[in-house]
Design a protein around this ligand. Structure first.
Ligand code: FES
Length: 137
């Protein structure tokens, strides 16, 4: 699995999202409740851009007249026909077994760690003594 550095965490404000082109796909990253979620920016129904989706709460009702909100902002309501999807895994609430938005793992890493990178060239200590350069191998 290839890793792609797409943005700073500060580039996406709380409650916002941003679309990135990655390997020929548009992936939308949402910033909700201090977490980041990445989904394919295409509704599996008829292809609406999910960057325009409303971020809503889960609403349940244990009995008539009583409503409970949970996971505020973590559910997406498609802008075209209102199908709803779980931001954490792309699962639909309309047809959870068959309809799903592709989701991608998101990792947050410090710039210091990324700067080091996975590829390191072999280096050797260098000392300067008078006018001679000495390389230790
Ligand atoms: S395109 Fe998303 S619900 Fe129809």
């Amino acid at each position: 699995m290839a890793r792609h550095i797409v943005a700073r965490t500060s580039d996406i404000p709380p409650g916002g999202n941003k679309v990135f082109g990655v390997d020929g796909r548009d992936i939308v990253v949402f910033h909700v409740n201090g977490e980041f979620f990445a989904l394919l920016n295409r509704c599996p129904h008829e292809g609406a851009p999910l960057e325009k989706a409303a971020c809503v709460a889960r609403l349940t009702s244990p009995e008539p007249g009583i409503y409970q909100r949970s996971r505020v902002g973590e559910l997406l309501r498609c802008p075209w026909h209102g199908w709803e999807f779980d931001m954490r895994n792309g699962q639909s609430y309309f047809d959870p077994k068959r309809v799903k938005v592709r989701s991608y793992p998101v990792a947050i890493e410090s710039g210091e760690k990324l700067q080091k990178g996975p590829y390191v060239a072999e280096t050797f200590p260098v000392h300067v003594e008078d006018s001679y350069i000495i390389i230790e191998t």
